[in-house]
Design a protein around this ligand. Structure first.
Ligand SMILES: Nc1ncnc2c1ncn2[C@@H]1O[C@H](COP(=O)(O)OP(=O)(O)O)[C@@H](O)[C@H]1O
Ligand SMILES: [Mg+2]
Length: 194
């Protein structure tokens, strides 16, 4: 039985935490000539915080890997799951499928002694698209929207793809500053009235 490879955990934590705070994210593999065979289990530390880069060419499994990590985080024993939650900004709209058990790959999962599972995912969708997504059969739970008064002039300039020095960008900055100042005055007026 090959030993487990633990990613992101130092020796002291390995001794004190043992098997606690680990997620099973896959297996390493070895290549011998034309043969490729799966080897050691890969476990990722989640007892501490990490900055992780998942890199690879298109179709190499980056999104899949993130899905595996997210599923593992959602599926922890309560002792650990009380301390951790995942938040995914899913610009491609691919992770809501975690709500449904993966019956299609049941055979593949069996080989890994895993079974298809639905996970308690909450799907937020942009308010303007919520109905459309729901009608398409995407299991959206809540609409969300950003409060535009919280956007800075920098955010607006970025939104319109302008250079800071562009005349329109300068105009935006001036207007936003003016509006923010007005808002401050009205808020302090309201406060002083109370
Ligand atoms: N470890 C894996 N086991 C089974 N299928 C996988 C695995 N990794 C990726 N795939 C499949 O390969 C395809 C491409 O993976 P994907 O994660 O979308 O690639 P990327 O995000 O790097 O472009 C998908 O159909 C995905 O389901
Ligand atoms: Mg991808």
């Amino acid at each position: 039985m090959p030993y487990d490879i633990i990613i992101g955990r130092n020796e002291a934590d390995k001794k004190s935490l043992k098997q606690k705070g680990l997620t099973y994210i896959g297996k390493g593999y070895v290549k011998m000539g034309q043969y490729t065979s799966l080897s050691n289990r890969l476990l990722l530390d989640i007892a501490r915080s990490h900055v992780i880069l998942v890199a690879g060419k298109r179709g190499s499994g980056k999104s899949y890997t993130l899905g595996v990590i997210a599923e593992e985080l959602t599926n922890l024993p309560q002792e650990t799951s009380d301390n951790i939650a995942s938040l995914i900004f899913d610009t491609m709209g691919i992770y809501w499928t975690m709500k449904y058990p993966n019956e299609k790959d049941r055979g593949l999962l069996n080989e890994w002694k895993l079974s298809p599972q639905s996970l308690p995912v909450k799907v937020f969708a942009p308010a303007g698209h919520f109905e459309e997504y729901a009608q398409k059969g995407i299991p959206v739970d809540e609409p969300f929207a950003l409060d535009i008064t919280e956007m800075t002039s920098g955010d607006w300039i970025l939104t319109f793809g302008l250079e800071m020095t562009h005349p329109v960008a300068v105009l935006i900055s001036r207007i936003i500053t003016k509006l923010k100042n007005q808002k401050k005055t009205t808020t302090s007026l309201q406060l002083s009235k109370k």
